[in-house]
Write a protein that binds this ligand. Structure first.
Ligand code: PAF
Length: 284
């Protein structure tokens, strides 16, 4: 695996594959790679001729300076993990390569996909940062397929919309959330969960399990399902920032479970902000 820091170097390296119309897979990451990322890299390895993993802690998508400063970084460990799981290139540019002096462009999606849930909590500028950097990464790598995790369900919708609206010639593939044995969704931020907070973080999965259980019991009223899910968080002493039942394509709130419904939850556990989600299948 080759570590590449500059855009021209990566373009030159990928040119022969592009000329031969080989499949190039991109796994965009902010590093601190965990099994969720690694499963995406392995999938890209199976499906593509060349696998590029990008590692860039994108400053424009952080709404809190402290969150950006505390974001876990270990490029050496990430390089080993990416290589062992099948990456051909680790594209790890410095901030100046992505945002050179004078950079003045932003790629924005507007409307409910970016205004609700994470957009409401973190500000829509979070998603403007994501769509800007993802557009740049897609332009730099020009992959045939780009891989994202379903844990960031709203981000996945936003990226699909970006690609559709701007006619970006790439297929977006989503992979299931990977969990620890006790159900905690893997996240780079989990490294900040210490002591009792690691146990308290299970509140999110408990809420999603309670929503699934209510649905399996035949409850179809969204408010009742949401209440049961919220109640399941109480023993962990964790309050959700949001816990909603929404349409999985539009994020519009639903009143009843009729068809697929996305249950999305976000909560702060100590200093760490976590998100998780599940899909209720109304036709089960
Ligand atoms: O999901 C992430 O890690 C980031 O939001 C992404 C897609 C790599 C853009 O910075």
């Amino acid at each position: 695996m080759r570590v590449v820091r500059s855009i021209p170097e990566l373009r030159t390296a990928l040119r022969p594959s592009r000329r031969e119309e080989k499949q190039i897979g991109l796994v965009p990451t902010m590093g601190a790679l965990h099994e969720g990322h690694l499963s995406l890299i392995r999938r890209a390895r199976e499906e593509c001729d060349e696998v590029v993993v990008s590692l860039f802690v994108n400053p424009t998508q952080f709404n809190e300076a402290a969150d950006l400063a505390a974001y876990p970084r270990d490029e050496a460990a990430d390089a080993v993990a990416a290589s062992e799981n099948g990456a051909d290139y680790l594209f790890a540019p410095p901030v100046e390569a992505i945002y050179p002096e004078g950079f003045a462009t932003e790629v924005r999606i507007t409307g409910p996909l970016v205004d609700t849930l994470e957009g409401a909590e973190r500000g829509a500028s979070h998603f403007h940062g994501v769509t800007t950097v993802v557009t740049k990464l897609l332009n730099i790598v020009q992959p045939s397929i780009a891989y994202f995790g379903q844990k960031d369900a709203q981000q996945a919708l936003v990226i699909r919309k970006l690609v559709a609206d701007l006619d970006i010639p790439v297929r977006i593939e989503l992979a299931d959330t990977v969990r620890d044995d006790d159900g905690l969704a893997l996240s780079s931020r989990n490294v900040h969960l210490h002591g009792a907070d690691r146990e308290r973080a299970l509140a999110l999965k408990a809420a999603l399990d309670a929503a699934q259980a209510a649905h399996a019991d035949g409850v179809s009223d969204a408010t009742t399902v949401a209440t049961r899910a919220r109640d399941a968080m109480t023993p962990f002493d964790v309050e959700p920032e949001y816990l909603v039942l929404v349409d999985p394509n539009t994020l519009a709130p639903v009143a009843a479970i009729d068809g697929e419904v996305l249950v999305a939850v976000a909560a702060r556990v100590g200093e760490t902000r976590l998100i998780d989600n599940t899909i209720l299948n109304g036709r089960q």
